[in-house]
Design a protein around this ligand. Structure first.
Ligand code: SF4
Length: 113
């Protein structure tokens, strides 16, 4: 049978272990939302149709209004589009630091392989 003194020591040790575990969990819990928020943050801004780089390739936000576009072609099905499937906008390899509208189009459109 343990003495009262040894039970106090054991309880203190258990408490310290639980506090350490809680601190680790708290760090993990508070870290994840910040990480997820950073990953899903606002992201790069949309490129404007009036941006000189966009004008150079005749970028438009609505492929239906594009002149010279192959019917059905748009940013979402372009090989240079880097947005997630089903996203309304995403990065494009020819506009670093900007995003394009998935329904957009430009003269650099290339079919996906
Ligand atoms: Fe859209 Fe493709 Fe042109 Fe980029 S290269 S703007 S994804 S059509």
């Amino acid at each position: 049978m343990r003495s009262l003194r040894s039970m106090d020591t054991l309880s203190r040790r258990d408490l310290l272990q639980k506090l350490a575990a809680a601190a680790v969990l708290a760090g993990t819990i508070t870290w994840r939302p910040k990480s997820a928020a950073a990953a899903e943050g606002p992201g790069p801004p949309l490129i404007s149709e009036s941006d000189p780089a966009a004008k150079a390739v005749k970028y438009v936000e609505n492929a239906a209004k594009a002149q010279g576009a192959t019917p059905g072609s748009n940013c979402a099905n372009c090989a240079l589009y880097q947005g997630k499937s089903g996203s309304k906008d995403g990065p494009c390899q020819i506009f670093p630091g900007k995003t394009v509208v998935a329904a957009g189009w430009c003269a650099s459109w290339a079919p996906q392989m």
